[in-house]
Design a protein around this ligand. Structure first.
Ligand code: BTN
Length: 248
């Protein structure tokens, strides 16, 4: 394992009133040679993107940010999504009443009382000459969409008062960099343990929809790579991509 770099206490931050997408800006900066650790933050986005080609509505008042990394291991690409979810959970938990503690929904969503409060979009490129991972994070602070496929909520709707995007950004990026350091030092195991402690639906029947398959089973674990472990009628199945729904 390579020697871990020192944990940054500061990070280069670029703030914009409006962008198409903070992920796009991070990728443009990466192409131009920007270093690992750059954080892009925008008050609003005109072309915010979610997973699976969905639109991420991005009015002012919420947090939209992207962190640029230069990974040298392919595993880092997927597993840092869990670091981002943990960072959101830890940054938001102290702001919420105890009955609204954030839970993690596989792979990378953060939920409050069964509704999505934050989404994470990882975009990567791993070439010999240039590797980049953009970790895009959107947190509903002041508002949330009413018309999304997954029911959504916001910190304000869940009882958090007077949170500014800037305040949340500072704590969230700090927690993300700390989890990333843990990943570099100890691998995925500590992230897996922390994530499972607050996993939504652990032990219950779920359905995972991937490109052309629907897998049903009891969600019993995460494996050592971050794949979902399901107990199905056909035996134990590992699922490494897809969207999770409650079993109908
Ligand atoms: C999801 O579908 O759950 C992922 C949503 C990710 C949204 C964030 S907002 C900041 C960054 N820029 C984008 O265009 N998307 C991500």
């Amino acid at each position: 394992m390579r020697p871990p770099p020192p944990l940054p206490t500061t990070f280069p931050l670029l703030h914009f009133a409006e962008l198409d997408s903070t992920n796009e800006e991070a990728k443009r900066r990466a192409e131009a040679g920007a270093p690992e650790g750059l954080v892009i933050w925008a008050d609003g986005q005109t072309a915010g993107r979610g997973r699976q080609g969905r639109v991420w509505q991005s009015p002012a008042g919420n947090l939209y940010c992207s962190i640029l990394l230069r990974p040298d291991q392919a595993a880092e690409m997927a597993q840092l999504g869990f670091a981002a979810a943990l960072a959101v959970g830890e940054a938001t938990a102290p702001l919420l009443p105890p009955e609204s503690a954030p839970l993690y929904k596989w792979p990378n969503d953060v939920m409050v009382r069964g509704r999505k409060i934050a989404g994470i979009l990882l975009e990567s490129e791993l070439l010999i000459t240039r590797a980049r991972l953009v970790v895009g994070i959107g947190v509903n602070i002041a508002s949330h969409p009413d018309d999304s496929d997954t029911p959504a909520t916001s910190l304000a709707a869940a009882g958090a008062k007077d949170i500014s995007p800037q305040q949340l950004l500072r704590v969230l990026v700090g927690r993300f960099l700390a989890w990333r350091q843990t990943w570099l030092d100890h691998g995925f195991a500590p992230l897996r343990t922390a994530w499972l402690r607050q996993a939504q639906g652990l032990g219950s029947e779920i359905r995972v929809r991937a490109a052309d398959t629907d897998t049903r089973g009891r969600f019993v674990d995460l494996d050592r790579t971050g794949a979902l472990v399901l107990e199905t009628e056909q035996g134990t199945r590992l699922v490494s991509a897809g969207a999770v729904f409650p079993a109908a």
